[in-house]
Design a protein around this ligand. Structure first.
Ligand SMILES: Cc1ncc(C[n+]2csc(CCOP(=O)(O)OP(=O)(O)O)c2C)c(N)n1
Ligand SMILES: [Mg+2]
Length: 456
């Protein structure tokens, strides 16, 4: 590595025009103190991020040519501030009344796509209501809703290509719906029947579809991030016109995998979109106990990743931001970080009661004043594309279709017990064979402790 010390030329000339008291002599001038001795300055009044003296700034005349670019030497001891002072702005197109914000720039969306987006947001909402109730009735064991995050789900999916590889967390089933996953497929997974692609080996909501390029949800938080980067890198090596997209929550950013993934993607210039759903909560942990930075968006810059903060409850803003992010990710083979500000309106899952740790008023505010679906509806209605009759027809038909799907899924047989031991190893190892034998013995001995509808 070579270190080259250079001299800035303009600073000295500017200094000659300053008052004598503020002039600092160039170190190589005859009047200057002996080389190596710098004028003594008193410190103590400067705050972090501010300079002690502008004269010093102007006379910094040395540059270090360092890997990554030139670095100016500065004589003052200056710590970077822990914050920018002002929080990073949040890109929005639609205001709370569904009116476009004057001066906002956004990607045009055709009537056809706009309506498909609305229909899918409503489908997701209806699906959440019914499957949440199904869990409460004891028909399925677990569920999580995407309530309040419908725009994030659907508008981002609409801006992607179906060739893009999706690595989800678990609150993004709308992306699957957008790609054509049916309500029957959703129900089959939640009921863990033998039509479920995971063969009933996972909890409900762990969807996946090879056909739709949607990697199966995995419970441990954050695992999908480095996987997405690896997949993006392989897309790049194969010269594919596609990117990887990974979704994660604010809580996910506290995992080491988040940091490893961002750094790896930046260095390897992998075409991946990191989409953080900052919904304020990681189960009962608020973001204030999760990080002290200005949210998540700011971290992109630290890793050398282009980033944007977007209003996650504004479908047009999410659509436009992801559209632009995809163009940059694929066209320039680079990672992009998107932080969508939103709120988890529902409980974390059916195993949670969020009123125990957050005010009901807060939930109600986001539910009523900030609902992404009604905001978007106002916009399409203003365009003359929607009416109340169409609304009730849509809601009724989704409801009917899902209730029918649930009835079918409930009747489909469960996968046989032996499936539990398959699909990991090509040849099942002896320890797994032993476990299978023990399990079968146990089921025979205590049949009442095992579900009767699982074929043994
Ligand atoms: C490695 C790991 N640690 C803890 C958990 C338990 N857990 C499940 S969801 C969750 C919160 C995640 O919050 P966030 O990423 O913000 O997503 P959100 O639920 O808000 O959509 C936690 C801590 C887990 N599944 N995996
Ligand atoms: Mg969260």
């Amino acid at each position: 590595m070579s270190l080259i010390i250079g001299h800035a030329r303009t600073a000295a000339a500017r200094l000659l025009r300053r008052s004598p008291a503020s002039i600092l002599l160039r170190r190589d001038s005859p009047e200057a103190p002996a080389l190596g001795r710098r004028p003594v300055r008193r410190m103590g009044t400067a705050r972090v991020g501010e300079s002690v003296s502008t004269a010093y700034e102007e006379c910094s005349d040395q540059v270090l040519d360092f890997p990554g670019g030139k670095v100016s030497f500065i004589p003052e001891m200056r710590f970077l501030s822990e914050s920018l002072g002002e929080r990073i702005g949040c890109y929005r197109v639609l205001d709370d009344n569904g009116q476009t914000v004057s001066g906002s720039t956004f990607h045009e969306v055709s009537k056809e796509v706009a309506m498909k987006m609305y229909r899918h947001m409503v489908t997701l909402q209806v699906m959440d209501t019914i499957l949440y109730e199904a869990q409460r009735q004891g028909r399925i064991s677990f569920y999580v809703t995407s309530t309040g995050e419908e725009a994030i789900n659907i508008a981002s999916a609409a801006a992607l290509s179906n060739e893009d590889l999706v690595f989800p967390q678990y609150r993004e089933p709308g992306v699957l719906l957008w790609r054509g996953f049916t309500l029957q497929e959703i129900a089959n997974q939640c009921f863990g029947n033998k039509e479920d692609y995971g063969k009933g080996r996972q909890m409900p909501i762990h969807y996946g579809s090879k056909k739709l390029n949607y990697f199966t949800v995995s419970s441990p938080i954050g695992t999908q991030l480095p996987q997405a980067v690896g997949a993006a890198y392989s897309l790049k090596m194969d010269g594919k016109n596609a990117c990887a997209v990974t979704y994660f929550g604010d809580g996910g950013t506290s995992q080491g995998d988040f940091h490893a993934a961002l750094n790896f993607a930046a260095v390897m210039e992998a075409p991946v979109i990191f989409f953080c759903r900052n919904n304020g909560w990681a189960i009962s942990t608020p973001t204030t106990e999760q990080f002290r930075s200005d949210g998540v968006v700011i971290r992109g810059q630290a890793y050398g990743i282009r980033s944007i903060r977007v209003d996650g409850n504004d479908a047009l803003a999410v659509y436009s931001a992801i559209h632009a992010a995809r163009e940059m990710a694929v066209g320039e083979t680079r990672p992009i970080l998107v932080e969508a500000l939103t709120y988890r309106v529902g409980h974390h899952s059916t195993s949670d009661d969020s009123t125990k740790y957050r005010p009901i008023d807060e939930i109600e505010h986001w539910k009523s004043a900030r609902d992404p679906i009604s905001r978007y509806r106002k916009w399409i209605q203003r365009n003359g594309w929607w009416c109340d009759a169409a609304e009730s027809e849509l809601r009724n038909s989704v409801r009917k279709e899902l209730l029918q799907a649930i009835q079918v899924a409930e009747r489909v047989q469960k996968p046989p017990l032996e499936e539990l031991f398959k699909d990991v190893y090509d040849v099942v190892p002896s320890n797994l064979k032993e476990q299978e034998k023990l399990l079968l013995q146990s089921v025979k001995k205590h049949p009442g402790d095992y579900p009767a509808d699982v074929p043994v």
